[in-house]
Design a protein around this ligand. Structure first.
Ligand code: ZN
Length: 483
């Protein structure tokens, strides 16, 4: 590729062709190096910009962090005005420079209302990307802040000088360490509001700040993760996505838990995976390759580890209770677990009575039985004066050859349900990813949500070859988001 050779006249022509003219206000992000060879270097580019904008125009650049030689030149210009802010300052040259920069530090948010960024939008100004991509577009931080995205954090307090003396302040809703703004470009191009051109070798983008903010705020309302990357090895975005998911789940009536076997094998691994998934409750089924109900006295220590990490233990689950059920109840109670999830069997009444005597709850789940038999067993317990609870295993009913939503759920079971096992299986008995089997799991989740269900939805492992917590949770959130 031939090196561009640019004069001031070339750059002015390029800027005008892009849509800039006298009197415009422009927030610029730039890379001089991307333009090719410029006669006179950065000074020439700055002269071209000031010439196109004219005496009534205003050029603004963010000056925090290292934003290149052109930025430095604007900042050190004899007519430059600087906004006072330790984290988000700008420098401006031109008619509206003082009005744009005024009292930046007083604003609630670093990039929000009463800051240069929103003022530029209010004044009909533009965002110019000169040889850089959306990753450098500071106004996208304005969008994150205006959306008050739940992963944004309050900064550490800082003491800094202002025209009225030293001030100590922190900023709420400040953008996180990593973001992925590049993905916004396709959306902005598709909007038809952004002009894309070229000056020398530099690709240039120009859009009204107001349009940029409106388009991205509108998009961000339904896509709150728009600014984050989806790299599972980016710890910043993993944590930020988990914060989004936790916030998302607080808007639901149900409580979400995950089975411990799905979460991992060892406890620190389970805690990491649950935390990354934004899930704050675990149902203990298997721990370190052993049934959790066989841990005896060690169960209390396991629970302590989860609680120390801020994870609630929703229940102790056993696939079978062949040994002395009193011992299982007592070890759960000692560990502070007052709820058990156990198979519905002929011994359910006996176990239910023992639990009731200890002020503990048992929720029974269906195993290889029809809904007719399950509901009859629950009704029998009820007529014996117990208050039976039911963990609806859609995969269990599918394995029994029933249609869980169309048949099982509608048959007298709903009044007992305090948990839905979120897992799927085929009529032939094979475990499948969520909503890929015959468990009608999407319908089950939807109908419970419609009724304001406030029990547990527990992500359950589909078996040894099943998907891990991350994939299962992603699938679950995807189902929720498409209801
Ligand atoms: Zn990231």
């Amino acid at each position: 590729m031939a090196e561009a050779h640019l004069t001031q006249r070339d750059i002015e022509a390029g800027l005008r062709q892009l849509g800039l003219s006298q009197g415009n206000i422009v927030l610029m992000h730039s890379s001089l190096a991307s333009m090719g060879w410029v006669e006179g270097g950065a000074n020439t580019v700055l002269s071209a910009l000031l010439s196109v904008l004219g005496p009534d125009g205003t050029l603004v650049v963010p000056i925090f962090g290292d934003f290149g030689v052109l930025t430095k030149l604007v900042e050190n210009h004899p007519h430059a005005v600087r906004s006072v802010h330790p984290l988000a300052a700008v420098a401006a040259i031109g008619r509206d420079a003082a009005a744009i920069c005024r009292d930046h530090w007083k604003a609630e948010l670093a990039h929000g209302p009463d800051t240069p960024y929103v003022r530029i939008a209010d004044l009909g100004g533009w965002v110019l990307l000169l040889g850089v991509d959306q990753d450098r577009n500071t106004t996208l931080h304005t969008v994150e802040e205006l959306l008050r995205l739940p992963y944004l954090r309050t900064t550490e307090e800082e003491t800094f000088e202002t025209p009225v003396g030293a001030v100590t302040k922190s900023w709420p809703l400040f953008p996180g360490p990593h973001r992925n703004f590049i993905g916004s470009d396709a959306l902005l191009r598709a909007s038809g509001k952004m002009t894309v051109g070229r000056i020398g070798t530099a690709v240039t983008r120009l859009i009204r700040s107001r349009d940029l903010i409106d388009i991205m705020v509108e998009y961000g309302r339904t896509n709150p993760a728009w600014a984050l990357c989806d790299n599972p090895n980016c710890p910043d975005c993993v944590a930020q996505l988990a914060a989004l998911r936790r916030d998302r789940l607080t808007k639901e009536s149900f409580h979400l838990a995950a089975g411990s076997r799905l979460a991992g094998r060892y406890i620190p691994e389970m805690i990491d995976n649950l935390t990354a998934a934004g899930i704050r409750a675990v149902e203990l089924d298997w721990v370190q390759g052993r049934p959790a109900c066989s841990l005896g006295r060690r169960l209390a220590g396991v629970c302590d580890e989860f609680r120390a990490a801020g994870i609630v233990v929703s229940a102790l689950r056993a696939e079978a209770v062949t040994e002395n059920h009193e011992a299982v109840l007592d070890s759960a109670r000692t560990a502070g677990i007052m709820r058990l999830v156990l198979p519905l069997s002929s011994r359910a009444g006996l176990i239910g009575r023992a639990a009731s005597d200890k002020q503990m709850e048992v929720s029974f789940f269906n195993v290889a039985m029809s809904s007719e038999i399950a509901s009859q067993m629950l009704l029998d317990m009820q007529s014996d004066g117990l208050k039976p609870r039911f963990t609806f295993s859609a995969a269990g009913f599918a394995r029994a050859g029933e249609e869980p939503f169309l048949k099982s759920y509608k048959r007298k079971l709903r009044r007992f349900v305090d948990q839905l096992d979120v897992a799927d299986a085929t009529f032939e008995g094979a475990a499948t990813p969520l909503a890929c089997g015959n468990g009608e799991i999407k319908e089950m989740i939807s109908i419970l949500r419609c009724a304001g269900f406030d029990g547990w939805l527990t992500l359950a492992s589909g078996g040894p070859d099943g998907e891990g917590l991350r994939q299962t949770c992603d699938r679950f959130m995807c189902l929720l988001d498409h209801m």
